[in-house]
Design a protein around this ligand. Sequence first.
Ligand code: TNX
Length: 536
Amino acid sequence: MKNLYALAALSLSLSLFSCNKGDNLSDRGFVPLPTQISSSSGSFTLNAEQKIQISGNEESLRGIVSYFNQQLSKSLGFELESGTESGSIKIELEANNPEDESYELTISDEEILISANSPAGIFYGVQTLLQAMPVEVFAENTGMQSFEIPAGEIQDNPAYSYRGSMLDVSRHFLPVEDVKHYLDQMANLKLNYLHLHLSDDQGWRIEIKSWPQLTEIGAQTEVGGGEGGFFTQEDYKEIVRYAAERFITIVPEIDMPGHTNAALASYGDLNPGINLPDGDFETVTKSVDKAEDEFKGSNITREAAELYTGREVGFSTLDTDLDLTYEFIEDVVREIAEITPGPYFHIGGDESHVTAKDDYVYFIERVQEIVRDHGKTSIGWDEVATSKLLPGNVAQFWALEENAKLAVDQGNQILMSPAKKAYLDMQYDSTTRIGLHWAAYIELDSAYLWDPATYVDGISKSDILGVEAPLWTETVENRADTEYLVFPRLGALAEVAWSPASSRDWESFKSRIRVMGQRWENQGIGFYKSPLVNWE
Ligand code: TNX
């Protein structure tokens, strides 16, 4: 009788965990789709006996191996031994060319081999290997002792070098743990840039030691009047470190000259005196003209703006004529650049509806120089292309094609975030419980079915640095809201950024995102069950 129970338990666990035995490697539900997959017969058995063998720059590989082991041990309860001697899971770093993110993954009965020319390439090979395993590997404490990974070979290489997402932590603040959780998910999708929108009208979210009121005052609320919050510089460094472990670079954004009410509420001396009146947008614009007429050249008594907790955009501006404005920016850029190892600093530049056109151009050109002097490359929303861009600076296309073309005409590259496709805050359809729809409703197929290289007439692949999917958070209050809007669309956008357009296919994506859904479910992620996909 006992034996019968044991047999039943064994066959149950076999059917649970090894049901994929005999499956093809290409059926494992890879997202984003690798460039080439060839399946062969047989499979590799992974259990606690297997060892990892690393070769080539041990130092840089050790972090990846410990990441891999952390992922496995959460689910399996054991880690694999690793060293340079011998092992059936071989990780070979063949060169150190950080630009080359390609990798090869070979799985046979005897061994697994991941090889690449950069640590990032190895890391992506590890991500693909995790997806080649049963989806239970993404669940905690499964008690799985052994499982099969189908044999075959994968060669892979990203289409774009910048594959990003953005979190707006200003409209609603998100704590460090939520940002880390987001980074975990980005890493699984081979995304490599997280843009943090750190300031806006509703909140200033990063400690600036030389201007402490930015957070003492400007971080104290958010859309809807909640308590807000901010990252200390230590918090920010921890995010940067955690991201780097996952080969993700942080891009900090300080949005200016518009979207600055939180700063103007913190320091009245910066405020040109245009506050959001109770009235509509036209009243605001008129009040700006009036303010300019009244204030230009005269002695104005500047007063702090009121904190703002609404959802309007385009009513605030820094004073582009004021020396103090540039002293302020100089300090902010310096302090943030010092704790940002990545190459980019995002200067915003969008929707400065109450900044006079000439003032805007002057301001953007001057701020680009400040950023350059602190060793960083500027990215700005597409409006910045109406100014003269410094060489190498990037325009992030979100709304106006003519702006994107202005940037390309100047010889600058574009980061593609068309609001109609890439905006994660757009509702899926009219029934979606949160989100906006000013640009479009974006169902999963719409987020998937576009090609950055043909999206704007006159802009081709070589003009494009990459793709970024921003999450604006006017309607997003917590992690659950984030997950509902981000997944599954982030999977679609990751594939748009990683996989060559020629290999992308909606039917194939539908069958693979279904498997990705099981991985998300195993991690407790509450994603949107698009009716276009059979999730069962
Ligand atoms: C436009 S996109 C904005 C943001 C809003 C977003 C809402 C961009 C550069 N500006 O300020 O949050 O729409 O979808």
